[in-house]
Design a binder for this molecule. Sequence first.
Ligand code: PLP
Length: 440
Amino acid sequence: MPRYTEMTTGQLREELARLQNAFEEKAAEGLKLDMSRGKPSLEQLDLSNGMLDVLDSSHTSYIAENGIDVRNYGCLEGIPEARRLFADILGIEADEVFICGNSSLNMMYDTVSRGMLFGFPGGEKPWGQQQKIRFLCPAPGYDRHFAICEVFGIQMITVPMTAEGPDMNLVESWVNNDETVKGIWCVPQYSNPGGITYSDETVRRFANLKPAAGDFRIFWDNAYCVHHVTETPDHLLNLMDECKKVGTEDMVIMFTSTSKISFSGAGVAAIGCSRRNMEALKKVIPMQIISFDKLNQIRHVRFFKDVEGIHEHMEKHRELLYPRFQMVLDTFERELGDMYVPELRHSRANETGVHWTHPNGGYFISVDTMDGCAARTVELCKQAGVTLTGAGATFPYGKDPHDRNIRIAPSYPSLEELQKASDIFCLCVKLATVEKLLKP
Ligand SMILES: Cc1ncc(COP(=O)(O)O)c(C=O)c1O
């Protein structure tokens, strides 16, 4: 079959009729499938059930290695063994780790909120008292990062993603020259949704930024740092090490959590930052809370033991995730393989085909449809019973300038559901494409 872009109008009309029939049949099945949010499956959650029995009522269960009783107040920045565990996950020192509650997103929100109210070391006044403040937003990116900016009225500047991470020429030119730029959102390993791991060169360029604003911060959201899907994991250069070489470590705030290691919404989250930033945190956090949940911290340490234990556990996640990702990718190849122009496959300038990612980790596959077809594809999927993340969600202000990016989350549905949902998705991509090509 010729590619859609090479078909005559007559051929396209025939294809439209065929696709519409197939669509109506699918829609009549009344399916209810969801590929919208990156949630672990039930089997993945079950992997950590042992954590629920790891403590008992004996004295040794709830005494941390520094002698503190984890059932009581105290040790605000986290018990030492948990700080060590997160330090090893993030590749930093234990005294650069602040263990917080159960959500890294919550910590990111709080960090921005503190910037607005109190400011950061290096700034003359709080962000909220400065005339205009802006964040760089590599896109496609994580919708909730952008939502934080929106809620605080922080102006967002879209920075395109490349195969090596954000476009660093643009990042440098903004950060180094414009003092209204106060932050940048980064998911440096297996980015959400593109699955991109920043190259060594990109990480070094981040470490060597020379911000015009003394209170500029890199929000390094390493949510997927141990979340490999294939047997050929990506390697991320350690930003803190690179920053220390050039004395820029105050510029970085790292975040991570066990939301997709143990339990989503009941895991442990941590901030990683320089000792100077840590001192600033120690002054403000006690106004908010007397103690985070140290029972959960000790439960996690006793269950995983050390970072090796985390890697072993993540291998079990990988075994569950890999077939799901592969099923979606195989379906895309089979159903949409003809539609893209292979030489343009890795090009963002592709306006005539469909492109999708083959990530080595993380939780998402990112699809670029032909320009102008993403919103229609999502709408058609909805009519056929498949919920997807809203089109545009992966861009600041929910507006994809090309209306082409769709985020697919294959982790939660069963393999059977995923096959059905992927088939419907491909059908809807084709239908939206043919409709678009037939538009005068
Ligand atoms: C990039 C990224 N950061 C943070 C989160 C949320 O993490 P947490 O559950 O720790 O708040 C997610 C969840 O999807 C994510 O994709």
